[in-house]
Ligand binder design. Structure first.
Ligand SMILES: [Ca+2]
Ligand SMILES: [Ca+2]
Length: 413
């Protein structure tokens, strides 16, 4: 490149012939810039070395740049289209699932759908009656009949019975008889509860319809909860009401226990196997319990014999599988009650009772059924689940007297 300052006329003349752009551009760029940028200088140097007019080089560069730009735009557009079609395909599959057209929707229904279905499913209806006798402070609950009950068994039927109790006291739980294989049971049973008018106004009567199962846990079909303050007690109330979904966790729920009973009359042996418990009420600060089970026999309403299981630490669903055998003659078994109590073990303070249940000739409902099943199936173990009742309720019903006095030791025995 020639020196920039030596001969400006020559340079200008030269520039106008080789450079078709306005001269002013060149003058401002090249000639007024006394301290030339080294990069610009090297570019100029490079352009001068190309054996063709500068304008042609620039045009070629511009065309090349435009072609590269067009190529980049084309690639970008193609990529965008690809991802869009992928997204559309995905959306199509999802829509198919929602409409239930695809097999995945049929095989694996959504969890929310399951809940929706179960809560909306019709459970049946119950005809009940309520009557309050002010002078005797007595509430009579009549369980008349049920209709269109939900089938709970594989055969498309149920074995319904109804549990009745008053909340929040829950001092007494009553049960109707079990009617086998029917969805339209007629019970016509009445239960009475001692309750003052004041507590009546703050209480709720709960009627729960269950399906009885001989070898598994009884399933709840549905329930009715009535706030007793809402009634006019001047006359007898009798009405049909649809069963609703049972409330998930009721205050006062103490838990359930499963055990088997076996009586061998020829050997005078009663065997109780404490199998397991679940949903036990937490008794400790950490929200757990340390459960163990006391197995007690009473004879003629007196404490007689007792045993207990090991303690299972920090669990609300303990598995015991512990067996206890008592000698009970056939004559005695008619006068015996079996009391099963679940306790929480505490190292520092006194152990707390979680809940209790009793079976035997004085029992009723589910407990009496289990006891009767054992007696009618000698030598065969019969297992069943039971809901625990409050210790207060069981103690007041059992009303146990002192321990059975031990027979005087015979010198010849
Ligand atoms: Ca059943
Ligand atoms: Ca404890």
């Amino acid at each position: 490149m020639p020196a920039l300052t030596s001969d400006s006329t020559y340079e200008l003349a030269n520039a106008t012939t080789a450079w078709p752009f306005p001269v002013t551009y060149l003058t401002t760029d090249i000639y007024t810039n006394t301290t030339l940028n080294p990069i610009q200088a090297s570019i100029n140097d490079f352009l001068d070395k190309i054996p063709m007019p500068r304008w042609l080089t620039v045009v070629l560069f511009v065309i090349g740049g435009v072609i590269i730009l067009i190529l980049i735009i084309c690639i970008c557009v193609k990529c965008c289209r690809k991802s869009k079609t992928k997204k559309e395909k995905k959306e199509k599959i999802n829509l198919k699932g929602v409409s239930g057209g695809s097999t995945t929707a049929l095989v694996q229904p959504d969890v929310a759908d399951l809940n929706y279905g179960s809560s909306k499913k019709y459970r049946g209806k119950l005809l009940y009656s309520l009557e309050y006798n002010t002078t005797q402070s007595e509430l009579t609950v009549g369980i008349k009949q049920a209709d269109s009950l939900k089938a709970m068994d594989l055969g498309g039927s149920s074995d319904p019975y109804v549990k009745v109790y008053i909340c929040p006291e829950k001092d007494k739980t009553c049960e109707t008889k079990v009617l086998k294989n029917t969805l339209t049971p007629v019970f016509n049973e009445q239960f009475t509860f001692q309750i003052t008018k004041d507590s009546l106004m703050q209480s709720t009567v709960v009627m729960q319809v269950y399906d009885f199962n001989r070898f598994s846990k009884h399933n709840i079909i549905g329930e009715i909860r009535l706030q007793l303050e809402n009634f006019d007690w001047k006359s007898i109330i009798e009405e049909w009401q649809d069963l609703s979904e049972p409330s998930k966790h009721e205050e006062g729920n103490l838990g359930e226990i499963c055990f088997s009973l076996r009586y061998v009359p020829t050997a005078n042996k009663l065997t109780v196997v404490i199998l397991e418990a679940k949903n036990l009420k937490p008794m400790d600060i950490g929200g757990s319990s340390d459960p163990y089970v006391k197995v007690q026999l009473t004879l003629d309403k007196r404490k007689w014999k007792k045993r207990k299981t090991s303690v299972k630490k920090k669990t609300l669903a303990p598995y015991f599988n512990e067996s206890f055998t008592f000698t009970v003659t056939f004559e005695q078994i008619q006068r015996v009650n079996l009391v099963i109590a679940v306790w929480d073990y505490d190292t520092v303070s006194r152990n707390d009772a979680i809940g209790k249940i009793y079976l035997g000739c004085d029992a009723s409902g589910n407990q009496l059924r289990h006891w009767a099943d054992m007696l009618s199936n000698p030598r065969r173990p019969v297992a069943q689940w039971h809901s625990l009742l409050s210790t207060k309720q069981v103690n007041s019903t059992l009303n146990l007297k002192r321990k059975v006095p031990m027979p005087p030791k015979m010198p010849f025995k």
